[in-house]
Design a protein around this ligand. Structure first.
Ligand code: ATP
Ligand code: MG
Length: 277
């Protein structure tokens, strides 16, 4: 199930580029450089770096409290780092607001899904398209034909995505009526509305039943083959093993290891970090 395109292109370390020019590595889409974050004097992310290659499905794992979600918040600028830098598609993005980052093609989901409970599932999807594209209010009045066409296009895309995550039958239901797992699926589908370049998924499998987890993995692989890059936080190692080309391991806010899923799974440092929990 692993995407073949990115195999054999990994570097051992951010600071040590490959000596051989061939095979040429895929370009980096997102890189975090020595990010740090303190909460009330406690450093929860400590000079963490990672690199997400264009076209990859990259994993981010680590024990509970390792700082994974905080790192996502730093990457998407939901919180500001005390130190460090984030480069997306070749440009620093720290000066941008989260919605501006989304408009550039970097979107994320939350560990506890954030859906608008009083809107229908379909309305949640349509609103995401509007927010992600920064759709102009005046266009609705000045170019009504274009707006109608766009709305039809968004509805088709929303229906297709809801179908793929098994929520098509709930399209008209209030999002507040969804289970925790279904909310996660809605959030993931919403993130995909405008075909972003990179999607950060925070525990997409948590609270989702095993049959649906397999379906989600298959969809992530399909979306990846269509050109989307993923960075996935997940505790479910089967998901990581079946999806990811490369995995970064965080422990106590610091980089512990990185490599193929098989490499990190057998790394004694990684085993110790998990067992020590
Ligand atoms: N807003 C905050 N204020 C204070 N401490 C925080 C805040 N957010 C996170 N922390 C702390 O930072 C540490 C890292 O939390 P984080 O949620 O990033 O971990 P995680 O790796 O995502 O864990 P999990 O696997 O359980 O989701 C934890 O000790 C957490 O309690
Ligand atoms: Mg987390």
């Amino acid at each position: 199930m692993v995407d073949e395109r990115s195999k054999g292109t990994e570097e051992a370390d951010l600071s040590s580029p490959p000596l051989s020019p061939s095979p040429s590595p895929l370009p980096s889409l997102l890189s975090a450089k020595a990010l740090s974050k303190n909460f009330g004097g406690i450093r929860v992310v400590d000079r963490a770096s990672l690199d997400v290659r264009q076209g990859s499905i990259t994993g981010l794992i680590g024990p509970n409290g390792a700082g994974k979600t905080t790192l996502f918040n730093l990457l998407s600028n939901f919180i500001r780092p005390n130190d460090g830098e984030v480069i997306f598609a070749g440009e620093p993005i720290q000066h941008l607001q989260p919605h501006q980052i989304a408009q550039r093609g970097l979107v994320r989901t939350f560990q506890v899904a954030r859906v608008l409970s009083k809107l229908s599932v379909m309305e949640n999807m349509l609103l995401a398209a509007q927010n992600q594209t920064g759709e102009n209010f005046w266009n609705v009045w000045l170019r009504p034909g274009q707006s109608v066409r766009e709305e039809r296009h968004h509805r088709e895309r929303a229906s297709e995505l809801l179908e793929s995550v098994g929520l098509a039958h709930m399209a008209q239901a209030y999002a507040g009526a969804l289970s925790g797992g279904q909310r996660k699926l809605l959030e993931m589908a919403r993130a995909l509305m405008v075909r972003p370049k990179l999607i950060l998924l925070d525990e997409p499998a948590a609270g989702v039943n095993p049959t649906l987890i397999n379906q989600i993995c298959d969809h992530i692989i399909r979306w990846n083959q269509e050109g989307m890059t993923f960075l996935v936080i997940e505790h479910n190692m089967d998901v990581i093993m079946s999806l990811c080309d490369r995995v970064w391991v965080l422990a106590e806010g610091r980089n512990l290891a990185s490599g193929t899923p098989a490499e990190v799974q057998h790394d004694p440092k990684v085993l110790e970090a998990y067992l020590g929990q």
